[in-house]
Structures are given as structure tokens and as C-alpha cells.
Design a protein around this ligand. Sequence first.
Ligand code: FE2
Ligand code: FE2
Length: 474
Amino acid sequence: MSIDYNQTIPNNVDLATDRSLQRALEQWQPGFIDWWRELGPVGSQGHEVYLRTAVSVDPGGWAHFDYVKMPEYRWGIFLNPPAADPKIHFGEHKGQPVWNEVPGEHRANLRRIIVAQGDTEPASVEQQRHLGLTAPSQYDLRNLYQVNVEEGRHLWAMVYLLHRHFGRDGREEADAMLHRHAGDPNNPRILGAFNEKTPDWLSLYMFTYFTDRDGKFQLSALAESGFDPLARTTKFMLTEEAHHMFVGESGVSRTIQRTCEVMKASGVDAADKLRALGVIDLETIQRYLNFHYSVTIDLFGADQSSNAATFYSAGLKGRYGETKLDDDHVLKDATYPILEVANGRIAEKQVSALSSINERLRDDYIRDSVAGVERWNRVIEKSGIPFRLQVPHKAFNRKIGSFAAARVSPDGRIVSEAEWNAGVGNWLPSDEDRAFVASLMGRVVEPGKFANWIAPPAVGINRQPASFEYVRFG
Ligand SMILES: [Fe+2]
Ligand SMILES: [Fe+2]
């Protein structure tokens, strides 16, 4: 499964043996490069960036680090090797061999799943395109660019499947990926969170912590797919996704650490006084957390969904950790608890497990998210500061599902419109919060220097020091 870098499009799928596919993808490629130049990171075309590139899909040692100009990054098509005796693990086809070609009856649904995933990848690059202008350090700038080029590669992963397996309409969908744009009122990206702005670096860290983690859970569910090319490509994408979540977790952690250092050194804990000292108060960090968490959990879709049930029963999209779950993997008679509003309160009810596949994935996601928030709390605890961050109730600030019409406080109470209006300034970032965070954003370009509001990382990338020259500006 070694990667052939002698090709125009690096790949480990023997692209050279399928001339018409190769030609079609080579025709899509210049449009992708144009898109990168127009809507990728602003002002970055001439920079040489210390980036990792995949050299093989073997676990461990797949990455090679070197200086690369991003428009020359070797975006390619990398699939994990097939399993020894690959079988479908769930749904009505459980126990049957996996599909290497798209079954006719599942074609429309598979295309829909692949397009929805693929659309998020370039969307996040577009959302983050201005951030390089206000990077708090070279180290952080390099991490942003690494995430951006890998999201570009994730688009390649989905576009390959569309071109290889979906004929003419697959090619049309691949073209449309470059024509929808994040936040474009006339032709927006498919999912809401991917049309929001990522205006500052605290937003970026929250996005890569929470929203790239949505990516982890969606990809994990697709990595179980009976359509083996989808399973194999998403398995490799997951290895890249881990770095994106690291950027988020460590970025928020370093922001908290710096705030706590200043709180301790100055003896100040009032938000306005801390702001005057140029760091982000923990209350504002909590409001950003509330926003990104609630917007992201909407991405899992409605609590009960007949589409999700169909995708599962058909063997197209599994559950998180499917093979490790101890049940029949068919779920015909199984139930699952969901929440709903009943008599003015939030109450649990048991519903069909098949119809609540989305909710289950959201709950798995929530467990994973909370673990990192606890790691952030340990940074605060170590400073001896009596403050705890927490994720809001899953009904808070929802736009999709059974809570979309309800007003729910972060602690999970149904509140009146008046109470919501009185509380929302403490629960979600206000315009003033965003303006303050924006006011801290300034460009720090000297190696080893960091903006005042964020602590340096404990270690650099690829065991380089934090003071390493991660970007050679061109
Ligand atoms: Fe991605
Ligand atoms: Fe990602």
C-alpha cells in the first residue's frame, strides 16, 4: 500500500491503471488548485511551511515533515489496506462480504452520505481563511495550515469516491463541492455549522476541538460501512483528524493556562480587570465553549431519523465502535433513551434504537468531548483557581431536533423567553465578548514569540522546539 508520488495525483489505488478515471481526476485537479488560491488561506501562497505529508498508510511513521509551499502540497488519494476477510458487521447484510462496488439499491443514499461528508472539508478551509493574518505565533500558524491542507486532502478522499464509483452525477457532485462556499447566501455549504464564521483564534481552537471531533465521530461511523472503499478511506482520514483535535485541545488549554498565570501573578480575578491585562477571562472561554458545543451537536441531526435508520439497516453507516458493542448489530427490537420536552420539563423516553442512531452517536460524541473539558479543568485546578468549565446541557441552544423550539438554560431547565433573554448574555458570547477577543488578535511572526493571551506549547511539532522556524514567509 505504498504511495506513488511520481504521479500527478499521488495515490495508493493504482490510479495509473484506470486511464479514464485518472483523466477525469486530473481535469478536476486544476479547479481544486484555483479554489485553494482563491478561497484557501489568505496571503499564504509564497510561504514555505513545515508540513507533514503522508508517505504510507502504515500505522506509525506515515508522516514526512518538510518545508512546502501550500499550493504545491501533494494532495492525494490514500486508502487503508482492506481487512483480511472483510465482512459487513451490522444491519440486514450482517455477515455478508463487504461491497467493493456500489450496490444499485444503495447508490442514492451512499452518494448523499459522501457528498455531505465531502462538503464539510473545503468549508472549514474557507471558514478559517483569514486567521493566518492574526496568528499568535509561527507554531500556531503552521498548525492552522496543516489542518487546512489536510481538510483539502479529505475533500480529495471524497471526490475520488464520487469519480470512481458514481459516474457522471458523481463528477457533477465533485464540481459542486468547489462551487458551494461557507456563508455564501446564494450557494451555502450543506450544514449550518459550516456556514458560521471562524473569526478569531479562540473560535478556531473551539472549532477544531468540538467540530473536528464531530468529524471523528462521523468518520468512525463511516469507517464501519459495508461499502469498503468508503470504510478504508475514512480510516485513513481518522489518523489525520487526531492532529486537528490536538490543535483545538492544546490551543484552548494554552489559552486557559495563560489566563490562570496572569490571575495568579496579579491577584486579579474580575473579568474586566483581566481583560485590561490582555488575557481572556474564564467566563468568556465558557461562553465560547457553550456556543461551539451546541452548534456542533446539532450536526448529528434529528434525535429520531428514518434516514439514519435506513443507513444503518442497509449497512451504509454504522455506530461508533460498532464491532466492540455487545448486541445483535441489527437492532430490530432494541430501544434507546432520548430526551424530549413533556409538560414543560425535559424527560427521557425509550424509542426504537434504529430510529435514534443519530442520538446515540451524539451521546458518544458528548462523552468524548467532556473528557477533554476535564483536562482543561485540571489546568485551572493546578493554579488553585476555584472555577470549573463545563459543557452545557445537550438541549441548550439547539436548532435541530426536539429541542429546536424550546428555550433551555445551560443547566437544563426549560426557561421562558424573558428568562432566556435575561440570561443569554451570560451563556453565549456577546458582540462585546467577540469584539474583545478580536482586539487581542495580532500577528506574531518571530520564531519562539507568542501573543500575550496564550502560553507556548510544552513541546513543538515533530519534536522541534517551540522556537523553531515553522514558517518561512515568502
Ligand atoms: Fe476533515
Ligand atoms: Fe479535521
